[in-house]
Design a protein around this ligand. Structure first.
Ligand SMILES: *[C@@H]1O[C@H](CO)[C@@H](O)[C@H](O)[C@H]1NC(C)=O
Ligand SMILES: *[C@@H]1O[C@H](CO)[C@@H](O)[C@H](O)[C@H]1NC(C)=O
Ligand SMILES: *[C@@H]1O[C@H](CO)[C@@H](O)[C@H](O)[C@H]1NC(C)=O
Ligand SMILES: *[C@@H]1O[C@H](CO)[C@@H](O)[C@H](O)[C@H]1NC(C)=O
Length: 424
């Protein structure tokens, strides 16, 4: 008797909790759908593509981020207008736990260069939690004025310390350097981006990730002059899926360990991507003098279409392409509380970055060069625990054969053309 009434009471409490949370969700959704947007034009932005709208954008941000009413959480860049803004930083933390930046119109950079040592990014977002950037608009870095001969070139859009960032449905054009940088943040989801810059534009990476944990990048098309996606030191739990890449340099882990830095990357999954006409496919590159590791990495269901070096590990990378640029690790604004290992510099006595537990599964398609696979590992460290399963590529040129080359690699292969690992 007692026992059954206990159950009835528990059941009622339980039902009450369920209905309470349902009501709460409904109220929240209703509230969300009635939120107002604040347009940058109500802060004096002109949007004729020529007027400097920087101040108006900063004032509008101030209103949304620190404004009295918690309801004004959406900043709108209206459709049909083009706003010219100079380098600026949208700074948090904000009062609201979530802020939307709705870019429906166009943002353009000034059509001239500035000293990018001081402003390493054109548009920066710093220390904003729960930021949503979306809207279908275009972000045009007007990079061509920079590409010729300017030594320090800015990233177009950088997010630092923005936990919970959601970025989607935007078009990025012609950044002076990287199109989007993500640093020092946790829990990021990016989708539906389109990025375009000429295949020969210098260092115009699509998305650069450093010191981030828990990042998902999916369903995007990236066609630029450097890495489509680069995963740099301090990054872990990174998922990349549904990316179409090319032209470009492919999807890269690293370079890691430049200038003897202690560098780490782990738990990376790259899945269901197509790489067309890229200089590399999936690449891991580490500097000979660095230390640290790249491990627990998988590349799965990758379709190569005439990639130059479809699968490549270089464990003794040198400074070839550096071109006088400040490295990601060098620039102070990257300093990150999030990862204490980040700043540890082993003053040039690093003996290399360990590469282990890398899995390639179903890598198919064609190679533009005769070397479909190059695993070039260090004689002392080696690359260990490398697995290839269904790795089968043909030459993009009919009648030619492709081959694999492995130096100092320990691993196994299944059902694959590669001959330099041990057959399982
Ligand atoms: C590959 O990309 C380069 C550089 O953008 C371009 O010039 C070339 O036409 C492309 N080739 C193919 C086959 O798409
Ligand atoms: C990455 O994918 C795995 C497997 O689907 C999933 O368990 C994990 O939560 C994902 N991580 C992120 C950051 O999306
Ligand atoms: C792979 O990615 C493409 C491009 O985003 C997407 O259309 C497709 O549904 C994905 N396939 C799987 C099996 O996830
Ligand atoms: C790496 O170490 C070698 C040998 O100690 C040294 O000659 C070289 O300058 C170092 N390179 C870098 C980039 O620190």
């Amino acid at each position: 008797m007692r026992r059954s009434s206990f159950f009835i009471v528990s059941l009622m409490v339980c039902l009450f909790q369920i209905s309470k949370s349902g009501a709460h969700d409904n109220a929240k959704n209703g509230f969300e759908s009635h939120r107002r947007s604040i347009s940058v034009t109500s802060f004096g932005a002109v949007g004729d593509g020529k007027t400097d709208d920087t101040k108006a954008f900063l004032k509008a941000w101030e209103g949304v981020c620190n404004g009295g009413s918690k309801r004004n959480k959406r900043l709108l860049v209206p459709l049909g207008k083009t706003f010219m803004i100079k380098p600026l930083t949208f700074v948090g933390p904000c009062k609201s736990s979530s802020i939307s930046f709705l870019i429906k119109g166009n943002l353009v950079a000034p059509g001239y260069t500035w000293y990018a040592g001081r402003y390493p990014s054109w548009i920066s977002f710093d220390s904003i939690n729960g930021l949503v950037v979306t809207g279908g608009g275009t972000i045009d870095g007007r990079g061509s004025v920079w590409w010729g001969n300017v030594q320090h070139r800015p990233t177009a859009m950088h997010f630092n310390n923005c936990n919970g960032l959601r970025m989607s449905n935007l078009r990025h054009l012609n950044s002076p350097r990287n199109h989007v940088g993500l640093s020092c943040s946790e829990n990021i989801k990016v989708s539906g981006l389109k990025m375009n810059a000429p295949g020969d534009s210098p260092n115009t990476d699509g998305i650069d990730i450093s010191n981030c944990r828990g990042v998902e990048i999916r369903d995007s098309v990236i066609a630029t002059g450097d890495d489509c996606i680069a995963i740099n030191s301090g990054s872990s739990f990174i998922n990349i899926t549904g990316i179409f890449c090319g032209p470009g340099h492919g999807i890269s882990i690293g370079s890691l360990g430049e200038n003897g830095y202690f560098a780490t990357v782990e738990e990376v999954r790259v899945k269901n991507c197509t790489l067309r006409n890229t200089t590399n496919g999936v690449r891991i590159k580490t500097y000979e003098n660095g230390s640290g590791y790249a491990r627990k990495i998988s590349f799965e269901d990758i379709n190569m279409i005439a990639s130059e070096n479809p699968i490549i590990i270089e464990q003794n990378y040198h400074d070839w392409g550096k071109n006088g640029e400040v490295s990601f690790e060098d620039s102070n604004y990257q300093s990150c509380h999030f990862n204490h290992l980040y700043k540890t510099q082993s003053s040039g006595n690093g003996r290399g970055v360990k590469v282990s537990n890398v899995r390639y599964t179903r890598i198919l398609g064609s190679s533009a060069s005769d070397k479909a696979i190059t695993l070039n590992c260090d004689a002392d460290l080696g690359c260990v625990d490398i697995v290839m399963d269904h790795v089968n590529m043909v030459s993009a040129t009919s009648g030619r054969e492709v081959s694999a080359s492995c130096k100092n690699v320990r691993g196994i292969y299944f059902n694959s053309m590669v001959s330099c690992l041990k057959k399982h």
